[in-house]
Design a protein. Structure first.
Lengths: 226, 181
């Protein structure tokens, strides 16, 4: 994520000499590049500073939940659907000869779906319980933060249960997670709002939204500290 | 993150504050701001296929939110002036119950909040996006659907207009601005 800060705060105001003079001119000229436009005066700059520091209203605490519930419309659970189906009256008429092809198709479907469900081994979004797990220590040096969680492909990008602990001596946040071998994208969620990639990661990946996620590849022999 | 609903919740967490504040500035109503912010995130989710990979998400989201807010205003629902003294409870500006020092600071910010409310929306949003949200001119141009020179002009003139609103004929305010320096 980019550091917040207006153009007139990016320079070092204590630098002496010609460069300082030039930056002062640029600071006053503001974002408008047409020389005929009035440069910003002291009052303008003061007001700009107030706008920068102006506090934001806190959004309603249930806004996130409302949005996410709207994105995931409630569906009837399969048990309810089966129950409804079972409760509704039905009538079937068939002869044994007509039943035979239907039974063969049913058996075929069961065999194929059984293969897809049990016969294929893929990485999947969540780690399987049966695979051997490798301890991974996530660390983030961010003493100003009030809360940090690690989110990634291993927990469906959900911070709950993955909150990091602050170590006042090391002034860093840490959490140990045991993961099976594989490739994982992850990031740190700071104060429930800012998403930061791991500054210590050796690989990064564009997350598709203008920010980066960190990438970690775990092998069975590893004991990883990020 | 590629459309994963849980990953999208991270984006909602990241940007709910600026989007909610945009809606509050436009409507002046806490409830309307909440509804509009929610609808903005839902619209953005539905349009994720149109988002160009590699660009920053916030200006794109802001465009959707700003257009949605403008449509809401055009539908003609009477607006409350944001920054009015009858600030709603739980809005963060219902400061009387807060500590005295914080109250004084809030009053200063309330004054600038009220002044921002008097600017034309395009100027106000350009100023806020640049100075408050830290967006570049290219990003402001994208968010407000302007040319880059148009975005620069809105920011520059916006701050000038803000000064006129805040200091125009108000010598006491002017003195307090200079005293702060």
């Amino acid at each position: 994520m980019r550091q917040k800060g207006p153009f007139w705060q990016t320079g070092d105001s204590k630098t002496a000499g010609a460069e300082d003079k030039r930056s002062e001119q640029e600071r006053r000229r503001g974002p408008f590049l047409n020389d005929q436009e009035d440069p910003l005066n002291d009052k303008d700059l003061q007001i700009a500073q107030w706008v920068q520091k102006m506090p934001d209203l806190e959004p309603p605490s249930d806004l996130l939940t409302s949005v996410m519930q709207s994105l995931q419309p409630k569906k009837r659970s399969w048990m309810k659907r089966v129950l409804l189906w079972a409760k509704s009256p039905k009538s079937y008429t068939f002869t044994p000869l007509r039943l035979a092809p239907a039974a063969m198709v049913l058996i075929g479907i069961l065999v194929v779906s059984g293969y897809w469900i049990f016969g294929q081994k893929g990485p999947g979004p969540y780690p399987s319980q049966a695979e051997p797990r490798i301890p991974v220590v996530f660390n983030l040096n961010h003493p100003e933060a009030h809360a940090v969680a690690v989110v990634g492909t291993f927990n469906g990008w959900r911070p709950k249960g993955y909150e990091m602990q602050f170590n006042p001596e090391k002034k860093s946040w840490s959490l140990t997670v045991r993961l099976p071998e594989g490739r994982y994208e992850y990031a740190f969620l700071v104060d429930g709002q800012r998403v930061l990639p791991d500054p210590e990661a050796s690989l990064y990946q564009d997350d598709g939204f203008g920010s980066e996620s960190s990438v970690m590849i775990l092998r069975a022999k590893d004991e990883k500290t990020t | 993150m590629n459309g994963n609903v849980n990953a999208y919740s991270l984006l909602v967490q990241q940007y709910q504050k600026p989007i909610f504040n945009l809606m509050y500035r436009v409507t002046g109503s806490y409830e309307d701001a909440k509804d509009l912010a929610q609808e903005t995130f839902i619209k953005a989710y539905e349009k994720l296929d149109h988002f160009r990979i590699g660009e920053r998400f916030f200006p794109w989201l802001y465009t959707i939110g700003y257009n949605h807010a403008r449509n809401f205003v055009q539908r003609g629902k009477p607006l409350k002036q944001s920054g009015d003294n009858d600030v709603e409870k739980n809005s963060g500006l219902d400061y009387p119950s807060q500590h005295e020092e914080r109250v004084l600071a809030q009053i200063d910010f309330l004054r600038i909040y009220q002044a921002l409310g008097q600017l034309p929306a395009d100027y106000r949003e350009a100023v806020i996006l640049h100075y408050h949200e830290g967006l570049s001119m290219e990003e402001i141009a994208a968010a407000l659907e302007l040319s880059i020179s148009g975005a620069k002009m809105r920011v520059h003139r916006g701050i000038k207009k803000l000064r006129e609103v805040m200091l125009g004929g108000d010598h006491e305010t002017e003195r307090s601005v200079l005293a702060d320096r």
